[in-house]
Design a protein around this ligand. Structure first.
Ligand code: MG
Length: 358
């Protein structure tokens, strides 16, 4: 199973409604599909969504990076040279984590196919059924309440509330949504780096004083403000989740050793792929820290890859934030995975279980 060629194509799909956070507004999903063909006829599929404001990548940089990385792993064997392929992938080019992740997903798809096993089984996982939250985009309060109630009517029990453009309005948003939804609805709050550390404490202490305890508050301050995370963590009751502050194992280790967050959000696009994601999960497990499996605005292939990793590390990945497929205006028909709003099922198909048709 030697790598013959690596090429890319662009996957575009409109979203049901614009995806809005403190960092960006997106109306159409646009990402890169990686297709690796091997000399025995096997084909592996990968995917990555460029997120310029988080990883610094665009469609163009991803295409260039994948073309370059493809040239330095071509000819190697998935079966005999897998570690060498990963070494070349990660040492041959700095950064470009989404591009590397998209290639790694295709490599792991092929590796699992070579063993004729689903990827989650190859990675040691058994879990096949997952419950995801759904994103409530950052909008005016009335719109966010309407979106929350609609999500609940579709069966979602966990809402991921996007915040971060104005602390006092954000307090109003949280309180209004909390009042509007039933008390068994789980709220995850995500400020996407939009608050100062002082604002973060003010917002969280204010809602906590009203009796609102969210499951987590995610990345309230800038990605590089690690001391700010610790400052906030020491002053609030709500568990603090680090997202943009943790790309890779080194950053995860730093956060864990300094006790600067309660949870870590692992995303393949941030860490460069499946191999690093598993290392982060293992490190978090050593510290007894639970993780969220998150995503960028990826299509089915990227989301399915994240599910296989979540299954493999299900002892430590206890929160699933893989709603990107549910945000697409048309459902996927190229995979053997069931996406039924909040409920996602993996099946016993070899590899990722995806068949991409361009
Ligand atoms: Mg986040």
């Amino acid at each position: 199973m030697k790598i013959l060629s690596i090429h890319t194509t662009i996957f575009r799909s409109p979203l049901k409604t614009p995806f809005k956070t403190a960092l960006r507004t997106v109306e159409n999903l646009e990402d890169i599909i990686v297709i690796i063909e091997c000399d025995d006829g096997n084909i592996g599929f990968g995917e990555g969504a460029p997120t310029a404001v988080i990883t610094g990548e665009t469609l163009g940089t991803m295409e260039a990076a994948i073309s370059y990385l493809g040239s330095i792993i071509a000819g190697l064997s998935i079966i005999n040279d897998f570690e060498e392929i990963l070494y070349r992938l990660h040492s041959g080019l700095l950064h470009n984590t989404t591009a590397k992740s998209a290639i790694e997903i295709a490599l792991y798809d092929l590796k699992a196919k070579s063993y004729k096993q689903p990827l989650y089984k190859l990675l040691g996982g058994t879990q096949t059924s997952f419950e995801t939250d759904i994103t409530i985009s950052l909008n005016d309060i009335d719109k966010m309440i309407a979106d929350s109630l609609k999500a609940i009517s579709l069966g979602y029990r966990i809402l991921k509330i996007k915040l971060g453009n104005n602390p006092s309005k954000d307090i109003d948003r949280i309180m209004a949504i909390y009042d509007a939804v039933s008390k068994d609805t789980i709220l995850r709050l995500d400020a996407n780096q939009g608050w100062s550390k002082e604002d973060s404490v003010l917002v969280m202490q204010t809602i906590e004083a009203k009796g609102i305890l969210a499951q987590c508050i995610e990345q309230p301050v800038k990605a590089d403000e690690i001391a700010g995370l610790k400052y906030i963590k020491e002053r609030i009751q709500t568990p603090l989740l680090a997202d943009e502050a943790v790309f890779n194992l080194a950053q995860a280790t730093s956060i864990l050793e300094s006790n600067s967050a309660d949870y870590i959000n692992i995303k393949l696009a941030k860490c460069g792929g499946i191999s690093e994601a598993i290392k982060i999960a293992n490190k978090a497990s050593e510290f007894g820290v639970s993780c969220m499996m998150g995503c960028m605005l990826e299509g089915p292939i990227g989301i399915i890859a994240a599910l296989h990793v979540a299954s493999a590390a299900s002892d430590v990945i206890t929160m699933i934030d893989l709603d990107a497929v549910a945000l697409l205006s048309s459902p996927p028909n190229n995979c053997s995975v069931t996406f039924d709003e909040s409920h996602i099922m993996l099946y016993n198909e070899s590899g990722l279980g995806v068949k991409y048709k361009n």
